[in-house]
Each structure stands twice: as C-alpha cells, then as structure tokens.
Design a protein around this ligand. Structure first.
Ligand code: ADP
Ligand code: UDP
Length: 253
C-alpha cells in the first residue's frame, strides 16, 4: 500500500522512515489496548484526535523551552518527528491518586497526593512494565544519572505547565506518562521529550463533575469513549466542530 518503509508498529502508532535523515513519521491509529495488551479494541477517531492534541501540547511545551521531537503535522493522522533513541523508561507523574498507585499504597481514587510524585517504569511489555528505582536505572545503565536529572526536571516542568493549561479549560490533570529519547547531532547528544501526550497517556477529569475524559473510559468500559477524547480536543481548541464523530470520520477520509 505504502512505499514508505515501516520501522515499527506498536499498539497505538506506526513509525515510518521520514523524508530526511534523523526523522520519522508517526501514524496515529484508532487501536486501543489496556492492561498490558489483555484488553484490545478501537476508539473511533482516536488517531486523528491524538495526532492533533499531541501536536498542540508539544508545540506549547516547545514554547516554554521543553525540547521535544515534534516537527510538524503532515495530515490528519501523521506527524513528522525527530528520530530518537528511546530511553526504555516510562516517567509517570501523579498529582492525584488513580490507577495502579491506589492498589499499591491502599489509596482511594481521587485522593490528592501530598505533592506531585514521579515514578519510573521499565518499558518492557514481556515483564509488564515493572516499577523500578533510580538505582536500578543507573546500575543497569538504562539512563545515566545526568539524563535522569534532565528527565525529572522536564517532567516536573511539563506537569506545572500542563496542569495550568488544562485547569484553564476545566480539566484536572490527574497523572500522565512521558517518554524521552536521545537525539544525536554530530558528537552531541541531548535528551528530548518524545512519543505523545494525549488522553491515551494522561488521566484527565472534568473539574466540576470529575467525569473521566481519558483512556480510563475504555479501560473501565464507561462508554462514550470517542466523545471524551473529542471533548478534550474541543476544549483545547484543536477540534473546531462539536464532538460529532461523523464529521471526524469524514475529514479523516
Ligand atoms: P508501544 O510501543 O508501547 O506499543 P506505540 O504504539 O505508541 O507504543 O508505538 C510508538 C513507539 O515509538 C513507542 O515504542 C515509542 O517509544 C516510540 N517512539 C516515540 N517517539 C519516538 C521518536 N521520536 N523516535 C523513535 N521512537 C519513538
Ligand atoms: N500510562 C501510559 N502507558 C502505560 C502505563 C501508564 O500512558 O503503559 C499512563 C496512564 O494513562 C496514566 C499514568 O500513566 O495516565 C499512570 O498509569 P498507572 O501506573 O496508574 O497505570 P494504569 O492504571 O494505566 O495501568
């Protein structure tokens, strides 16, 4: 179908070789998975919406000096990004207890945490993405201590900025996951933010009603999943139309 070379196909995205050296094309799919691939499905229009939301948030983050992989959006489902060597860690930042931290520490969902907390998970599907410590990370060489310092500083900065940005549109940023990678430029290496920031990778609750506007609607079979994603996009101003999926589909064609 496509003459482009596929580099990788994951659960939510396909990566193709980009038009210039050091670039990739990220293609956003509608496929959704949860619980380490045990639950699989499709969220209609998700790829289109996440492409837009990630474009918007990465662009805003670039504006406050958080270096990231986004170059430009190519079409409804694709964006051009800088190719990086992914650091095999998921940096999860939490403001409010939800998901796995509730079970781990016996917290109630919705409990405000004493301060934002960052956790590290090893990106390894076969092992179920285990929680790891900073000592594991340096001992096994997944990231060097100065790289960790950079990633931690950027994660807190992203949290501060996105918490404010979402608050302004009536959304509470409960938690989110970031991925970082090494960008090589000649002899220089720098760590930049990569992957995506979207309702797939964040927990987002309506401030007034606590209604979930993220992938938990899929994980927990809460219904109206595409509508929730569209609602986030609409509030961010990246989807002009009301959350009408027929419109999303037609534009995607
Ligand atoms: P998964 O691999 O978990 O199934 P995706 O379907 O989202 O997730 O696949 C996207 C893959 O691309 C992820 O493994 C992610 O680490 C990787 N990736 C994201 N951004 C970049 C980038 N700029 N350069 C290289 N790899 C990237
Ligand atoms: N997350 C993610 N990818 C993962 C695991 C988690 O994007 O592989 C995000 C998730 O959407 C949430 C945050 O990271 O916003 C914290 O997730 P948690 O550890 O509670 O795990 P989950 O409940 O998602 O399994």
């Amino acid at each position: 179908m496509s003459r482009r070379k596929k580099v990788y196909e994951g659960k939510a995205k396909i990566l193709y070789e980009g038009p210039e050296a050091g670039t990739l094309i990220a293609h956003f799919k509608d496929d959704a998975t949860a619980f380490n691939n045990q639950k699989q499905g499709q969220i209609e229009g998700k790829g289109v919406i996440n492409n837009r939301i990630s474009e918007y948030l990465m662009t805003r983050l670039d504006g406050i000096g958080v270096p990231n992989h986004f170059i430009r959006r190519l079409n409804m489902r694709e964006q051009l990004v800088r190719k990086v060597e992914i650091i095999p860690l998921e940096m999860v930042c939490r403001n409010v207890a939800a998901g796995t931290i509730c079970k781990r520490f016996g917290l109630s969902e919705g409990e405000k945490l004493p301060r934002p907390i960052i956790e590290y998970y090893l990106k390894d599907d076969d092992l179920g993405d285990p929680l790891v410590s900073e000592d594991h990370i340096s001992a096994f060489g997944w990231a060097a201590p100065p790289e960790m310092d950079d990633m931690i500083a950027m994660t807190f900065r992203v949290n501060d900025f996105l918490s404010g940005l979402f608050c302004a549109i009536g959304i509470q940023l409960i938690d989110f996951k970031l991925e970082f990678g090494r960008q090589f430029e000649g002899d220089l290496v720098r760590v930049i933010l990569a992957d995506e920031i979207s309702p797939d990778s964040c927990r987002l609750w309506d401030v007034k009603t606590n209604r979930k506007l993220d992938k938990d609607r899929f994980r927990q079979d809460l219904g109206d999943v595409p509508e929730a994603y569209a609602e986030v996009a609409r509030r961010l101003g990246v989807l002009k139309e009301p959350p009408n999926l027929t419109v999303v589909k037609a534009k995607d064609a």
